[in-house]
Design a binder for this molecule. Structure first.
Ligand code: ACO
Length: 209
């Protein structure tokens, strides 16, 4: 169960984290701290920043990531997804976010080779548990990947699929200068809406336009 302060107790309280996500479907407006007025929202945001930290994926914490993704996404990812991610020696494009000591968000990417040395970075998932949204956690996770891409001259694009109708995710990416491209029909197979937008960004990765 989620505590009054929005936390679930210890770092190992993964079930509690998932309870918090399942019991809060208000898009993150629930009170980790009160947010009645604009000024209070700002102070809530500022106070939260001191409690947010980031970490790397390892074989030891990969089970927490699996539980986080199960709580956030309608799609269940395979064992191979998690094994490949956690055993990858290069962790430039996968990051975990913690609120106090609870894993509350993650971005997971893969590298796709192109001709020669060129490569694209594909964002497989980015998710933040609902009670912890609109605190800048998603922004900081994506920023870490964009910074890593910007340091790689051979990185030619970063891209992803978003389910049609997921307007908050589209708005989130637009804020970083991503372009919304074509729709892939039936990209997903088991959802209510199976079509997906392709959303992409080419260098310079750190510009917002
Ligand atoms: N509506 C409109 N704009 C939004 C929203 C929203 N619901 N959420 C974020 N934004 C925009 C805003 O401009 C926001 O800045 P502001 O709060 O100052 O206005 C900016 O994005 C940054 O927001 P963050 O607080 O950093 O984002 P958050 O930590 O809430 O994470 C995320 C955003 C990851 C999209 C989160 O809403 C989430 O986990 N959603 C569910 C999972 C999901 O849909 N993931 C993306 C699917 S695509 C994929 O995974 C490849």
């Amino acid at each position: 169960m989620r505590r009054r302060d929005g936390s679930c107790g210890t770092r190992n309280a993964v079930a509690g984290v998932c309870d918090a996500a399942a019991s809060c479907d208000d898009g993150g407006k629930a009170a980790i701290m009160p947010a009645d007025a604009e000024g209070e929202k700002d102070s809530r945001y500022e106070a939260a920043q001191k409690l947010i930290s980031f970490g790397e994926l390892t074989p030891k914490n990969v089970e927490q990531l699996r539980k986080l993704n199960l709580a956030v996404f309608p799609v269940k990812y395979s064992d191979k997804f998690y094994t490949d991610l956690s055993s990858n020696p290069v962790q430039l494009y996968t990051h975990l976010a913690y609120f106090t000591d609870i894993m509350v968000g993650a971005i997971c990417c893969r590298v796709e080779s192109q001709d020669g040395a060129a490569f694209k970075v594909y964002i497989m998932t980015i998710g933040v548990l609902a009670p912890y949204r609109r605190l800048g956690i998603g922004k900081q996770l994506l920023q870490k990947v964009l910074e890593a891409c910007s340091l790689q001259p051979d990185c030619v694009e970063i891209y992803l699929h978003v389910q049609v109708g997921n307007d908050s995710a589209v708005d989130f990416y637009k804020g970083f200068g991503f372009e919304v491209g074509s729709i892939v029909k039936d990209y997903y197979t088991r959802l209510d809406v199976n079509d997906a937008h392709i959303i992409s960004k080419r260098p310079p990765f750190l510009s917002t336009s």
